[in-house]
Write a protein that binds this ligand. Structure first.
Ligand code: GAL
Length: 748
């Protein structure tokens, strides 16, 4: 799919921007490039002779165009005549914008021999290799630099390094055009502040001028209610912003679904017009009650004799007194930390009574500890470093995230795992063949002890191949030794990512047995440990892993490629889950990849997720209906109020953590609507009514699926509110890309 350039690049948390004049005309597509493997800086020069090079498409990996399995350095050279007539396509012909979509993994880009941009870090970089395979490359060249050769051949030369995976271009069409001045001026949602107290949301919208020129003009603003289709208020003001600077502009609007602030900026000198839409976030989860409440899963799995760490997740006004009764022999409760720890030697089911009390009363709940051979009786909930820090993860960041998991209150709602993804490994194995850490992780055991002291659990990452996807050491040939090392560090969870094994060890037409083999080896090595290590398979769903993942010792397995913070990908992933969903159950979860809420960045600069607030409600609702692992991938030390609110809804989380463990199925679809439903342990159904259309609209839901019969009880889970019993005429009113998440029926 070819997205409009401007929309692709300027979309932010609920912000979309369009430019009146430039997007439809004056765009030069760059569909083909010369290509050669190897490396030579002379290839950057405009006059370099590439006539013997291959010619490839720029929307498909080079590994799919005759360069199978090539990893390493390579160059693209794009020849393009830039007509001077392009200048008349804009009102301000000062900035040439080269859009190179995404390049797997790292690039350094030149125009006519001069470097104009780079993303990621090549292996020779003193800071170490860092992939930016999914970063959008948008490189600007000032026209006054004289670099552009008008009406002549120009060469965009791209030096790239492919560490693993497809290699080179893969996303949408690279293009070149002149940017309009107004494109440099738009709302920056990362620096926008919201005050959600009350029915009115008060925002201080940060408008950033990212161009090195003064920005002056008129900014018109409309608060639009997509639900009623009405403009609620209008305003207009003059703005003057210094080069590369910004201003904060206040706006107030009702705090509810469907509120958009629609901006029109008219630049004074050129008359160019830019439009931006800001989808205002709104909180749905009610404020935490002051009364004590025990949250999180009601079941916990462990193997006989394995160490157990369980942080009692409870909320309520402090001081909150926590307790645990009827603990089996071998377990103790630390009331100061609220942590149960110890080991249970005998297999069996143990009913532990958890209590939380304060001045307002006491809450009690039974936690069933099942000591047997199954782990992850409910989907793991926690955090993983990849979507935020990429290969730049280090021990200090992980500690800060663990502290934040507790201090933000997320841990009190059941968030527990703190998992390090790729980037912790030493460059070489020790003399005895064991694996060590690199300098970013000076003491893994101390880190894991710190997490366990908080009652949190500690995860790590490796690959069955010689190298991980980030080109760190993998476990090939050292599986048992690595499992022993991780166990000695106190690891509770392993994500095992296929990566280089795919090219070095899988035969050309692999059988299911070939796919299973590396996971069987590691599964056995983990099972031999005297602690529980949840085994997470990451091979992107190959060979229908949901059929055999459990048999090789897995508790969860990825069903898709990597997620990104784009609505298109979230949607694609949702659609791809239909086949695997019926295979989920306690101790066997489908993993549609980690969450993309909050501030993410994959090791680059952090930015607020590019999916809108309603898309985020859909994301969390769907992952919950699907019984998917909930692994955050954002910077928890910068948790904004909206994101926090999204993650502390105990009724939504209870759907995810429901002990029956049955994943939702698509029960009905039509006209851009889908209804997914999931059986709950208490006899109710969780039902998600998703609106994938582009408008705020209504759907009569009675009779669409057998459970939705008139008279049945309905509860709105996000708002934690009972609705009137379902009537024939009841209409679910749902914002574009949003959801109504219901519990249906009375329950036991
Ligand atoms: C990918 C994997 C990501 C992340 C990355 C690390 O293959 O799907 O989730 O782990 O490798 O290099």
């Amino acid at each position: 799919m070819r997205r409009s350039l401007v929309a692709a690049l300027l979309a932010g948390l609920g912000v979309s921007t369009s430019v009146a004049s430039a997007a439809s005309t004056g765009v030069i597509e760059l569909p083909r490039a010369k290509f050669a493997t190897g490396d030579d800086m002379a290839r950057a020069r405009a006059d370099f002779d590439d006539s013997k090079w291959a010619e490839l498409s720029t929307t498909l990996n080079f590994e799919k165009q005759g360069f199978e399995d090539y990893d390493g350095y390579a160059w693209y050279r794009i020849h393009v005549r830039i007509p001077s007539s392009l200048k008349s396509s804009v009102k301000w012909a000062e900035r040439l914008r080269i859009y190179l979509s995404s390049i797997d993994d790292v690039d350094e880009t030149f125009l006519n021999g001069v470097k104009i941009g780079a993303m990621g870090q090549m292996p020779g970089d003193p800071r170490g290799y860092a992939t930016r395979w999914n970063g959008l490359r948008e490189y600007d060249v000032g026209v006054s630099s004289g670099l552009v050769r008008w009406d002549e051949d120009n060469v965009i030369a791209i030096r790239l390094y492919d560490g693993s995976g497809g290699g080179g271009f893969y996303r949408d069409m690279p293009t070149l055009r002149l940017a309009e001045i107004v494109e440099g001026f738009k709302p920056d949602t990362g620096k926008t502040r919201y005050d959600y107290a009350g029915p009115i949301v008060k925002a201080s919208v940060h408008w950033a001028n990212s161009f090195p020129v003064a920005m002056q003009g008129r900014l018109d603003q409309e608060v639009f209610d997509a639900d009623s289709g009405k403009v609620l208020s209008r305003g207009s003001r003059g703005v003057a912003v210094a080069p590369n600077s910004g201003i904060d502009l206040p706006v107030q609007a009702p705090q509810r679904a469907g509120i958009e602030v629609r901006y029109t900026f008219t630049e004074a000198k050129t008359g160019a017009v830019g439009r931006s839409v800001l989808n205002l976030p709104y909180l749905l989860t009610p404020a935490e009650s002051a009364r004590p409440r025990i949250n999180g899963a009601t079941v916990l799995g462990a193997r006989p004799g394995s160490p157990i760490y369980y942080r009692l997740p409870a909320t309520g006004r402090s001081p909150l007194k926590l307790g645990a009764r009827d603990l089996p022999a071998g377990l103790a409760f630390d009331p100061a930390q609220g942590v149960i720890s110890g080991r249970v030697a005998m297999a069996g089911e143990y009913r532990i009574t958890l209590t939380a009390s304060n001045a307002l009363g006491e809450a009690q709940r039974v936690l069933t500890l099942i000591v047997g051979d199954m782990l992850a009786l409910t989907p793991p909930m926690g955090w993983n470093s990849w979507n935020v820090y990429g290969l730049a993860v280090d021990a200090a960041k992980v500690r800060a995230v663990a502290d934040a998991m507790v201090s933000t209150g997320l841990a009190a709602h059941g968030w527990t795992y703190v998992n390090i993804d790729d980037g912790w490994e030493s460059a070489q194995r020790n003399a005895d063949g064991s694996i060590g850490t690199n300098s970013k992780f000076p003491d893994m055991k101390a880190l894991s002890d710190d997490l366990h002291a908080k009652g949190l659990r500690f995860g790590i990452y490796s690959s069955p191949g010689p190298l991980t996807c980030g080109r760190f050491l993998g476990s090939l040939g050292h599986e048992r030794q690595d499992a022993d090392t991780w166990a000695s560090w106190g690891v509770d969870y392993l994500k095992y990512d296929l990566c280089s094994y795919e090219t070095t060890n899988l035969p050309k037409n692999p059988s299911v047995a070939d796919h299973r083999k590396p996971y069987e080896i590691m599964g056995k090595a983990l099972a031999a440990q005297s602690r529980d290590i949840v085994f997470s398979l990451c091979q992107y769903g190959s060979a229908d892993v949901w059929n055999w993942g459990r048999e090789v010792g897995g508790s969860l397995w990825r069903t898709t490629g990597d997620i990104e913070d784009s609505w298109r990908l979230v949607r694609e992933i949702m659609e791809a889950q239909v086949k695997s969903a019926p295979f989920a159950g306690p101790g066997r979860w489908n993993d549609p990849d980690m969450l993309v809420v909050g501030e993410v960045g994959w090791g680059g600069e952090l930015h607020p997720t590019r999916i809108t607030p309603d898309e985020q409600y859909t994301h969390i609702s769907y992952w919950s209906l699907l019984a998917a692992p909930l692994l955050l991938g954002n910077d928890l030390t910068r948790l904004d109020a909206f994101t926090r609110n999204l993650l502390v809804n105990d009724e939504v989380m209870a759907v995810n953590q429901d002990p029956l463990g049955r994943a939702a199925r698509k029960a009905w679809s039509g006209d851009g609507w889908e209804i997914w439903e999931r059986e709950l342990a208490d006899g109710r159904k969780a039902v998600g009514v998703f609106n994938f259309g582009e408008a705020f609209r209504s759907l009569k839901i009675a009779g669409r699926v057998p459970e939705l019969t008139a008279g049945v009880a309905l509860r709105d889970l996000w708002r934690q509110k009972d609705l009137a019993a379902l009537s024939e005429g009841f209409e679910a009113r749902v914002p574009a890309h949003g959801v109504l998440l219901l519990a249906v029926g009375k329950g036991r």
